[in-house]
Design a protein around this ligand. Structure first.
Ligand SMILES: [Zn+2]
Length: 416
């Protein structure tokens, strides 16, 4: 089972926007970009919302049927590990093996020695086609890379085998992720990580490293764009070389997590992919939930009141809500609007403050990030929240579709 060249992770926390998301994909196809939709949802999201992996499958199948979509699509068990993968086996056909927590775990001296022995041909100056300067590979560098990643990739091997035994070898797509860490992986680390993945016989089709810079949830990229661009291009070239050297799947591509809203690096990504004729997977999960809140605000009345309630509640529960996302948000507390202020707001003021239009005078990325992590509050509202989603599905669906197509896909794939 192979995923296409371009794919988009369209997580949907509450499972109501499948059709709106798919409309954006269909629009992109009409504009010339064939993009495979992948409905992704992590165990963490399921546990907050009290949904089950099968609910994502039902949503995806229903959207595909309703819009008579004829392309491939997948359901991604996002960020799973051995402790929770079982619940995703039957509903998913895309698995993101998250081994970030195993980075730095110990491997035996024998395992390290074996890896170093098999890497001998790469020591000295390692030339990767397309990359100007060779990488200097010493034995001490290899030991360091083994100490960081060998045990983590062995764990990925165990998760992969577990899934393969139950689903059968060719019935799912495999991603390996290590993005939820503080320290980025360098292109040279990526090369040896891919060697380890090949030795574990994992037919990896997408790989999610931690890139340089901050990928905060729902807001723009923060970091050195030139440095990102250099490393992203080197990663692309390293993958190309590793695929041939280690006999990995020839469609192996990068996966960008927290990839929504990174408008300032989309032109870089797009240019590099074009230059080297390569594919990409971009995960955009939480941006859709924010469009639900924008849609509710625009609907006015009790829907606007609920949007305000979500923010006001999130403001008082900041610590609790932000803790699980500490590495991927950056909220300046003193730039958050006060309860009294927000209570005065009308629909447009609320929507404009939340909507990601970077140069809009009302846009506030702190407000946006806080609501991003506040979906737990909407989940607590239960049927009141989902009832309003249904009541206002038209206006919300328009927001979701516009956000994915106009602000994301158009920029990522240079569409008109
Ligand atoms: Zn991720």
């Amino acid at each position: 089972m192979k995923i296409g060249k371009y794919s988009l992770g369209i997580g949907d926390r509450f499972g109501h926007q499948g059709e709106a998301q798919l409309r954006a994909i269909i629009k992109a196809a009409a504009a010339g970009a064939d993009i495979v939709p992948v409905w992704n949802k992590s165990n963490r999201e399921h546990s907050y919302i009290h949904s089950k992996p099968v609910d994502t499958r039902i949503e995806a199948d229903a959207a595909v049927k309703a819009l008579s979509f004829e392309g491939n699509y997948f359901v991604d068990a996002d960020h799973i590990n051995l402790s929770n993968v079982q619940g995703f086996i039957s509903a998913s056909d895309f698995f993101t093996l998250d081994v970030a927590s195993k980075i730095g775990s110990a491997s035996s001296d024998e395992e390290i020695a074996a890896f170093i022995a098999s890497s001998e041909k790469y020591t000295g100056a390692l030339n990767i086609p397309g990359i100007q300067d060779p990488f200097e590979i010493s034995e001490s560098l290899l030991i360091e890379i083994c100490r960081k990643f060998l045990a983590a990739i062995a764990e990925a091997g165990r998760i992969y085998s577990f899934i393969k035994e139950q689903k059968g070898e060719d019935n799912f797509v495999t991603e390996v992720s290590m993005d939820e860490v503080e320290i980025p992986q360098t292109p040279v680390e990526m090369f040896f990580i891919l060697k380890m993945i090949a030795e574990q016989n994992i037919p990896v089709q997408t790989i999610a490293p931690k890139f340089t810079g901050r990928f905060n949830k729902g807001v723009n990229y923060v970091g050195d764009i030139a440095q990102f661009s250099k490393e992203f291009e080197e990663d692309v070239l390293v993958i190309d070389y590793a695929v041939k050297e280690f006999d990995l799947p020839d469609n192996l591509k990068l996966s960008v997590h927290s990839g929504s809203d990174k408008f300032s690096i989309y032109p870089e990504i797009s240019g590099i992919l074009k230059k080297h004729d390569k594919g990409i997977h971009v995960k955009t999960a939480g941006t859709t939930w924010l469009e639900e809140v924008i849609g509710l605000a625009l609907a006015g009345g009790e829907a606007l009141e609920l949007a305000k309630y979500i923010y006001i509640n999130a403001l008082t529960r900041q610590e609790e809500l932000c803790a699980p996302y500490a590495d991927v948000i950056d909220i300046k507390k003193d730039e958050l609007p006060s309860v009294e202020e927000v209570k005065q707001w009308g629909s447009y003021k609320f929507a404009n403050t939340l909507r990601h239009i970077p140069d809009h005078p009302d846009y506030n990325p702190n407000f946006r990030q806080l609501i991003h992590v506040g979906y737990k509050i909407a989940a607590e509202c239960g049927a009141k929240y989902t009832g309003l989603l249904e009541k206002h599905h038209e206006i919300i669906g328009k927001c979701v579709e516009e956000n994915l197509f106009d602000r994301h896909l158009k920029r990522l794939f240079e569409l008109r």
